[in-house]
Design a protein around this ligand. Structure first.
Ligand code: UD1
Length: 355
């Protein structure tokens, strides 16, 4: 007999990684999980490959919502998730991170009085121009259980008056990387296929609306890449590929553009790299856990501990600041254990059960 029925909402690439260890922990404890994919990401390289690599079964439900303006995309998800929740009546709705799929899942459940649990609660950039910030704030204020990756996230929730149901459990992405790293070390190195030597290239990703949807800022990103003497491997997000084409921007010669890669290939690329240049949240942490320098192409970050420990430098899209960071002194040794001990998923399942 299943003990608890949990409906998990995922939709975008990082959520497939975050949900995988929690799905395993739910299954191991005998609970029933219904995996709902909103369809926000639908390309094989943005979605299917992650389920294959992580050994997560195909989602039981795929709403096929696809791309669109924020209101329409989120609204379509909301309506379709509501229909599913009415027929499934889960004990919990579990949402991850800060995407439109996160907000739609939380809002649909909260309106029906179904308890909501948010994994990666309490993160803030304090920049309301980011769609993700709106999604995080709204989701946290709709949630009954708030699973924080760090103490600073719980402190942020306290500042917003949220104290009930808040638990610092650690980061599920750390659980995921502990599982995946030995597997990533067993694959053939993607850098080798590109003719690159370990430690002699940087790996870059760019996909945030603030960088892609403003042609001037996107041009500055290209100028930042030109500031590097070493090759840059650039797995390009479809949104960024479209934005580069629309702005007729070409990238400097040291940039090696490749298709989006799966989780294991990405971890291996980063592990073998000199460091990471990114505007992604997840990659800032993955670089930290893999002890690689991270240069962040944003004006602020939610992942304060990566900066405070010296492993991450925020440079905006300023080529001079980026050039200084490329040749800066970086820490050595182990990063501090600020995002848990790899048992976040298990603690989440225990807390859901106990609530
Ligand atoms: C979304 C999240 C972001 C997260 C990111 C991870 C929101 C508001 N943003 O951004 O927080 O960091 O996912 O990647 O939810 N596209 C494709 N194929 C796909 C998916 C997208 O071609 O499989 C293209 C489409 O042109 C689409 C654009 O990418 O319009 C943007 O996709 P969307 O899902 O809106 O947001 P992301 O930029 O991926």
């Amino acid at each position: 007999m299943p003990l608890m029925k949990v409906l998990t909402v995922v939709g975008a690439r990082p959520q497939f990684v975050k949900a995988a260890p929690v799905s395993d922990a739910l299954k191991a404890a005998g609970h029933e999980e219904i995996l709902l994919h909103t369809g926000q990401h639908y390309d094989d390289r943005m979605s299917r490959i992650f389920f294959e690599e992580l050994g997560v079964p195909e989602p039981a439900i795929n709403l096929g919502v696809g791309s669109g303006p924020h209101g329409r995309q989120t609204g379509e998800m909301l309506a379709r998730i509501e229909t599913v929740l009415l027929s499934e009546s889960p004990d919990w709705v579990l949402v991850y991170g800060d995407t439109n799929s996160t907000l739609a899942g939380a809002l649909a459940a909260a309106k029906l009085g179904i308890p909501v649990a948010h994994v990666e609660a309490g993160l803030r950039s304090h920049n309301r121009r980011m769609p993700e910030e709106i999604n995080r704030v709204a989701t946290d204020h709709l949630s009954d259980l708030l699973f924080c990756p760090s103490e600073s996230a719980a402190e942020q929730l306290r500042r917003e008056g949220i104290t009930a149901g808040v638990h610092v459990v650690g980061d599920v992405m750390y659980d995921a990387i502990l599982w995946a790293l030995p597997r990533a070390e067993a694959i053939s190195p993607p850098a080798e296929r590109l003719g690159l030597e370990p430690g002699q290239y940087w790996v870059a990703t760019v996909h945030r609306a603030e960088n892609t949807d403003d042609a001037r800022r996107l041009k500055s990103v290209a100028e930042c890449f030109a500031a590097a003497a070493e090759p840059i491997v650039f797995p390009v997000h479809p949104r960024t590929a479209k934005a580069l084409a629309a702005a007729s921007l070409s990238l400097p010669e040291n940039v090696r553009v490749i298709e989006p890669v799966g989780y294991l290939e990405m971890l291996r690329l980063v592990r073998d790299a000199r460091g990471v240049i990114t505007d992604s949240g997840g990659l800032q942490k993955e670089a930290f856990w893999l002890r690689r320098p991270c240069i962040t192409l944003r004006d602020e970050t939610e992942w304060l501990e990566t900066v405070e420990s010296g492993w991450n430098r925020i440079v905006g899209v300023d080529p001079d600041r980026l050039a200084r960071a490329l040749t800066a002194e970086w820490p050595t040794g182990e990063p501090p254990p600020v995002y848990g001990d790899g048992s976040a998923s298990q603690r989440i399942v225990e807390l859901l059960r106990a609530a």
